[in-house]
Design a protein around this ligand. Structure first.
Ligand SMILES: [Zn+2]
Length: 256
C-alpha cells in the first residue's frame, strides 16, 4: 500500500482504539460506578490508569483518569496534554440539574473514548482559533464559533471516534437488553430499526434534519458537531464515507 492509498483508507474509516484499551476502560468504569453509588469518590482521586502505546513516540504510556470534586471547576472532561492526564468533573457526572442525576455509564464511556483518542492520536497541532474555543468550554461558556472547535482536525478525529463508539454501544446495549428481557425476535427487530435509521441518515440530505426531521437517537448528543461538519462540504463527504463503512461493519458484526 502506498502513502496516498494509506491516507484514503484512513479517511474512509473512523479512528479506533485498541480492544485492549476498551477492556481497561470498561473495568475502570465498572469500579467507578460502584464507588459513585456508594458515594466513595474523593477530590483528585485517580479512578484508573490506562496502559497503552503512544503512536507518535512508540513509547509505553499510562493515561491517568482523575476526578475533580471541588465545586469550582467549570469544565466537563478534558485531556491535559502536558501531563497526559484525563480529568473528569464530578459535578458534571453527578449533577443536581440533570434527570437522572447521574450521567449514564454508556455516555461517560463515549466521552472517555474521545479523551483517550486525544491522548494517543498522531496529530496534536492546534490552531489559535481552536485554543480560544477550547478555553471557552473549560470556562463553561457557549462556543462563539462552534466550527473553530469541532472542525479542527485533532478535535474532529476525537469527536468522531466518540460518536462511532456511541453508535456501537447503542447496538451492543440493545442486543444485551433485548436478549435478556425479551426475545431474539425483539433484538432482530431493533437491530433492523437501528440499521435503517443509520442508512436513512447516510442517504438523506442533512437539510431535512435541519428542517425538523428527528435525528436518530445515537446522533442526538452530536447535533452541534453535525451542524459544524455540514458547513464544510469536503469534511461532510468524508464523514458520510466513514458512516457507510461503519454501516457495513455493523451489519456484519450483528448478523445474529
Ligand atoms: Zn476533544
Amino acid at each position: 500500500m502506498n502513502f496516498s492509498e494509506y491516507c484514503m483508507l484512513k479517511e474512509s474509516k473512523f479512528f479506533k482504539l485498541d480492544d485492549n484499551i476498551l477492556t481497561q476502560l470498561n473495568n475502570i468504569l465498572d469500579k467507578f460506578y460502584i464507588n459513585l453509588k456508594k458515594d466513595k469518590i474523593k477530590n483528585n482521586q485517580t479512578i484508573g490508569k490506562i496502559h497503552t502505546i503512544n503512536f507518535n513516540t512508540n513509547k509505553e504510556i499510562n493515561i491517568s483518569i482523575i476526578i475533580k470534586k471541588d465545586k469550582v471547576s467549570t469544565f466537563k472532561l478534558y485531556y491535559e496534554k502536558s501531563t497526559g492526564e484525563i480529568f473528569i468533573n464530578y459535578y458534571y457526572i453527578n449533577s443536581e440539574s440533570r434527570d437522572p442525576k447521574i450521567l449514564s455509564r454508556d455516555y461517560l464511556y463515549m466521552l472517555l473514548t474521545h479523551e483517550i483518542t486525544h491522548a494517543v492520536q498522531r496529530y496534536k497541532k492546534t490552531s489559535e482559533e481552536y485554543k480560544i474555543a477550547s478555553n471557552e468550554l473549560i470556562q463553561g461558556k457557549e462556543l462563539s464559533h462552534p466550527e473553530h472547535y469541532y472542525n479542527e482536525p485533532m478535535e474532529l478525529e476525537a469527536q468522531l471516534t466518540g460518536m462511532m463508539y456511541k453508535i456501537k454501544k447503542t447496538f451492543e446495549a440493545s442486543k444485551i437488553i433485548n436478549l435478556k428481557l425479551f426475545s431474539k425476535n425483539a433484538w432482530e427487530n431493533d437491530r433492523e430499526r437501528l440499521l435503517l435509521a443509520l442508512k436513512s441518515f447516510i442517504k438523506s440530505p442533512y437539510s431535512e434534519y435541519k428542517n425538523g426531521r428527528k435525528l436518530p437517537k445515537f446522533f442526538e448528543p452530536f447535533s452541534s458537531l453535525l451542524d459544524s461538519l455540514y458547513t464544510d462540504k469536503n469534511l461532510w463527504k468524508k464523514f458520510k464515507l466513514k458512516l457507510m463503512n461503519l454501516y457495513t461493519e455493523l451489519e456484519k458484526e450483528y448478523l445474529d
